[in-house]
Design a protein. Sequence first.
Length: 454
Amino acid sequence: MATAFAAVALVAGGVVAAAPSSALSSGQLTGSYVALGDSYASGNGAGAYIESSGECYRSTNAYWSVWSRAYPTLASASFACGGATTENVLTAGGPPAQVNAALSTATKVTLTVGGNDVGFTNAITTCVFGADAECTNYLQNTVTPAIGALSAKLDSLYTTLKARAPHAAVEIVGYPRLMEETGSADCGWSVTKRQALNTMADRLSDTITARASAAGFTYRDVRKDFSGHGVCSTTPWINNVGEGVPSGWMHINAAGHARIAALLTAPKLPAQVSASNGRLTVSLTPFLYASATRVMFWVNGAYVGETYRGSSYYSGVDITPTAINVFPGVTVKTGDRVQVAIVPGTPGTQPTTPSSDPVYQLVDTQIDSVYGATLTGDGRVAVHLATALFRSSGAVTVTVNGAYRGSTSFGSAYYMEGYVGGDGAHLTTLDGGAVHGDHVTVTLGSQPIYDGVL
């Protein structure tokens, strides 16, 4: 017997111009990542260069490559290229048609650019070979005005990027301070030059921060993380002049790129579940929502709604540039099981139960099942789980940057210690070594139920 459905059509904003005529491909379902930028993005200075990238100097040690390897199901492409500026960053690293095609379906984009617009290479050359006064005068009289002119260039680039990557969550990755001002006196740099170069880096970062915020992009400020690791430090993440090949001087090394990779946010899953004050939210990617793919929701095994071809059923909807938030008309509470899956058929047929038909499971989680994950003073990870989840038969696994750190099942913890209180299970990994910026993922079976950054 057919069931009546109330449909809410996708309207406003033009986020999804038209529903695809077919179901999603596996690449569209898992998402895709595009890296853009100059030599600080391509990985010049990090070694292990990809031969086919030529003078773009794309490295397998670059942050985009390190991050991509942590999420192997995500299709990725890098068009970052040494020497790129705001004017040519969308064309410097590959054929424009190829870059535009990748951006049009991307769900995540990273971008580092602006240094070449303000004369990075000339500034370094002047400060290497010139006296303190020559260095400071060049930075003040040439670089500072160029930084002032950068805002309009960034605004134009960010507007173009929004149009070409309409479904992407964009992260603007900033530049570090180059020097350790109180580091070794035998590193070839006077304190005056170090301070002047760091002041320039701060002005550049502050400008990029402001324009990224105005564009609605996420800005990833790396200066704090690089503190103590500049040129003249004992553990530098930036190559000094004279270290390695000249093209990599004053560029980030492999260790620095690894730290940046750890700062980037995890990829957006095709479907994510959250709840606030009993209101259930199912966030879907625009591709998934608009496709000829039937996505169904259940709470504790009971059908509560679905989406198909840009319409939602028994649910309200809110549209954002990178996600469609669907609100099934049901009240949920802590411990309720929420499942989201792709199922056969079309709306108007009998609602499917989670176990009756073949499904592609997207989410299987419990409301308020993971309250958070934090970093302890000794580098361990403290995880706060709902008691029901801790005592359940499901295998709950905690990973840091993809590496196993502990798990629970049937009320027992493995490679973790802690206690169960009135507000849940408080568990801490036995192994240390975690740092701020590391990715923590908690999975229930094979389904991620928490993904955060320490």
